[in-house]
Ligand binder design. Structure first.
Ligand code: RFL
Ligand code: PHB
Length: 391
């Protein structure tokens, strides 16, 4: 098979890139290691920035998101047994975020791809990347007992943190920056109405907690847990008790509990690989960078990367190499700012045993400052709703 662009990975980055390239008249195939059901079973992000909403609209897949997604104008920070609202809309001159699950974004992109008759190879094994330092890169994989080869002009590595694309780059050509946090998040999805209209981020001496949602009848909650914790150690009742303890009395009282539909533990990490282009291979999304989920930036960064990449590839086929030449630098400027925000918000909201009483006093003073200073809340709000795309 011969195509212009071979995309590795059918997560949100790969699928959105495929949709944007299709709109631009560039032909692409996606090769994914897992089945569609497996991809859709992963419960992850819930908050979309306006720039992500705009890209999904541009890709022609925004209809259901606009009818079912929830627009949020603020978030609440909970500490010292009380909640304090950050009015993002007022502080940013009218901006908001869209609460719409990554699972639904992925489903919409999959359906649109199928409806347009575009090729996605699922259940592909042993994907390998070849010759991306020359003019004729190739992707190989096995499926149904046979080996297949795709010849292409470019490879887009959209295969997540554990994918094969970044691992195919020689160690001497790539620089990695990493910070691993000494805790994880235990998440629960339940068919219960959310505890509040907006998201609650809570700093508590027992650890961080987050109350999020997928719809008016489906909630997503998280509590900070230790890295060696196991999902099996957490009954639903133990989870709800722990969450209640980390909320203010009014929220704890009004929390509606029910059986969990999904329960999982995710470690927290900050990670960036530089650069993001190696000859005719481009990395995008979690393949190139990871943020801790506290700032809700991971999926949004994946979307802005592929927004830049789709534009750059369309420009290439229109006769200019400017976009592909600047892809890495353009993405990284935005990525480092989101890394900074996610690291800062994570550091502010979690319990760090090793920083002791002094560290807790610093967090308390900063939170007090944050909710009482217009300057500080504005910094928080403009980062949370998402920094503008630079062109
Ligand atoms: P994905 O979603 O990991 O998709 C990569 C795809 O590549 C496939 N793959 C391969 N295919 C072929 N060959 C191989 N060798 C392959 N290896 C892997 C995989 O099967 C998969 O289908 O990466 P992508 O597309 O870059 O998307 C990134 C986002 O998924 C991620 O950044 C977000 O989920 C992060 N995140 C959040 N982001 C937000 O913007 N807002 C949020 O509110 C938010 N909350 C979260 C999150 C991530 C979380 N976890 C579990 C890490 C909450 C959590 C708990
Ligand atoms: C989620 O709904 O899963 C979610 C929301 C906000 C975050 C992280 C995760 O910061």
């Amino acid at each position: 098979m011969r195509v212009q662009v071979a995309i590795v990975g059918a997560g949100p980055a790969g699928l959105l890139l495929g949709a944007l390239l299709h709109r631009a008249g560039v032909d692409a195939v996606i090769v994914e290691r897992h089945s569609p059901d497996y991809v859709l079973a992963r419960i992850r992000a819930g908050v979309l920035e306006q720039t992500t909403v705009d890209l999904l609209d541009e890709a022609g897949v925004g209809r259901r998101m606009h009818s079912e997604g929830l627009l949020h104008d603020g978030i609440e920070l909970c500490f010292g047994n009380a909640r304090h609202r950050i009015d993002m809309k007022a502080l940013t001159g009218g901006k908001h975020v869209m609460v719409y699950g990554q699972t639904e974004v992925t489903r919409d992109l999959m359906h649109a791809r199928e409806a347009a008759g575009l090729t996605t190879v699922y259940d592909a094994n042993d994907v390998s990347l070849h010759d991306f330092d020359g003019a004729r890169p190739k992707l190989r994989y096995t499926a149904g007992g046979a080996t297949h080869e795709i010849e292409c002009d470019f490879i887009a590595g959209c295969d997540g943190f554990h994918g094969v694309s970044r691992a195919s780059v020689p160690a001497s050509a790539i620089r990695l920056y990493e910070k691993v946090y000494p805790f994880g998040w235990l998440g629960v999805l339940s068919e219960t109405p959310p505890v509040a209209h907006e998201l609650i981020y809570s700093n508590h001496e027992r650890g961080f907690a987050l109350c999020s949602m997928r719809s008016l009848t489906r909630s997503r909650y998280y509590v900070q847990c230790s890295l060696d914790d196991k999902v099996e150690n957490w009954s639903d009742a133990a989870f709800w008790d722990e969450l209640r303890r980390r909320l203010d009395p009014e929220a704890a009282e009004s929390l509606v509990t029910g059986p969990s539909i999904e329960k999982s533990i995710a470690p927290l990490r900050s990670f960036v690989a530089e650069p993001m282009r190696f000859g005719r291979l481009f990395l995008a999304g979690d393949a190139a960078h990871i943020v801790p989920p506290t700032g809700a930036k991971g999926l949004n960064l994946a979307a802005s990367d592929v927004g830049y990449l789709a534009g750059a590839l369309a420009e290439y086929y229109g006769g200019s190499e400017h976009g592909i030449a600047h892809y890495s630098e353009r993405c990284l400027r935005r990525i480092w700012k989101a890394e900074r925000f996610s690291w800062w918000f994570t550091s502010l909201m979690h319990h760090f045993p090793e920083t002791g009483a002094f560290g807790q006093k610093m967090q308390a003073a900063e939170l007090d400052y944050l909710v009482n200073s217009v300057a500080a809340s504005t910094v928080m709000a403009e980062n949370y709703v998402g920094l503008p795309l630079e062109h």
